[in-house]
Design a protein around this ligand. Sequence first.
Ligand code: TEU
Length: 598
Amino acid sequence: MNNQTDAGVRSPATEAPAWWKTAVVYQIYPRSFADSDGDGIGDLPGITSRLDYLVQLGVDVIWLSPVYRSPQDDMGYDISDYQDIDSTYGTLDDFDALLAAVHQRGMRLIMDLVVNHTSDEHPWFVESRSSRDNPKRDWYWWRPARSGMRAGDPGAEPTNWGSAFSGSVWELDETSGEYYLHLFSRKQPDLNWENPEVRQAVYAMMRWWLDRGVDGFRMDVINFISKDPALPDGHTRRGGRYGDGRDHYLCGPRIHEFLREMHDEVFAQRTGELLTVGEMPGVTVAEAVLFTDPVRAEVDMVFQFEHVSLDEGAIKWDLQPFQLLDLKGSFGRWQAGLAEVGWNSLYWNNHDQPRVVSRFGNDGSHRVLAATMLATVLHLHRGTPYIYQGEELGMTNAPFDSIDDFRDIESVNHYAEALASGRSPDEILRGLRAKSRDNARTPMQWDDTPQAGFTTGTPWIAVNPNHTEINAAAAVSDQDSTFHYYRRLIELRHTEPAVAHGDFTMHAAHDENVYAFVRRANDVQLLVLGNFSDEVSRVRIPDAAQWQTAEVLISNYVAAAESDELAGAEDEIVLRPWEALVYRRPDNPLTASSPGGP
Ligand code: TEU
């Protein structure tokens, strides 16, 4: 975020592009990364001990999922003290040591800012709950029962909204006889951002961490902080028990005002090169342009959810087959929509999503090829790429056997609610195995020892048994591994201007198996090709023959193809199963760059 003086003034094209446009971010989920004290849970000294691995990978920024004091009801996204470290993860001294070690290695570290809600054990909420006339009562959303109804009666909740973690968003506090709002678990009460005291308290906390040296924030469900104060009911889906309140709290009426105020109160006076990324479920391209337009000084980029919702029906557990055309349609819209103003973040994985090689790829016979093809397609788009721990190893979804293997509140609550509504355990488990967030949360696979080098104790969640094959030690010592392929992709973003700054042109938009696009900058064109199929695929590309005489910048097949294996027609390029290919050539205006081509 270029902080000073740029708010309201569009910076001249000559101004140096923001540093994060050539950066690659690595997300660490501390609970599952590296355990230094054998208690089976990852911690800060564990992370510090593994920083040289990240230096070797070549990433620029570390995003640390929450390590603050927390009852861990939602694995740390329920914070009871924003300015202290949970003892499971270590101490503030451990944190300072980690931050110093990160900076010494030329990397940056951003914290997870979780301020749509706190933990119900946070002193703010403990006070707010203590009595109706407590000065902090209005720091949260308290409401009496629905008019004409008695508190506690079914349907007496102030609105009909359903929580992301099953059940109602309202919890009755017997003592005061009123309900409080929690869009997530009942131990995550929503803060009332309408109250300026709340906002100032949050800004002071953010300044405290920036003064401590952190380099920015990933902001949790930050587009949920402005609610429609009237709190109207949501529309209900046929057969749905609860209404969908998102129309009343997703990108609410004061969201831009709040983010602009946050910028002015927290970032505007700072000179450091900071990064802010807003997690924004349900955000549209048009809204993202407003949020990420530097002139408006709100956030640098957003996490949008369109592509991670392509394989789901009405709800996330209702599995739908993945269609490449849908993905190309979505990414194409976001690339075009933020081409002139704003900036995209690029991700396949995080701590809330199943592993992409199992989801959109092939985690069996073609795992390495699928993982590296998916990486190529993502990292060559225009935007800032995010790598989730283990993605660079091609880690897969886990073989969960029964509900007892799951730990995530969203999964466990869904199982209970679906069972109560009469669905069979097998049917529910099918959805959980494919989509549960726990697929992302199995321990990092450092080596092939019993607990994958993650811990000397008993891990809080089972290690994936395929760690004997898929692990960092094996990958780092194998030049043809996914690890070294990611390292080369990251290097490309640092060295090839077209990767970070080039414009984007989709090709073969209607091809069901191949993703093809051109990036262009500074007299260089890159043709990026990815085959999303177990079979050989042929794709029609303008200038196909010329392209195939161009320099191959990167490809995920070690061995060049036999000539006859890929014989194709004049205007097509033939790709092997899960093949990724990136050609580079001078940007000669005579050559075709627009989709139709001359
Ligand atoms: O996630 C918000 C969010 O949209 C997800 O919970 C999403 O609904 C779900 O994962 C899709 O299945 C953020 C954090 O990333 C998540 O870990 C937290 O649980 C949540 O907010 C509440 O803080």
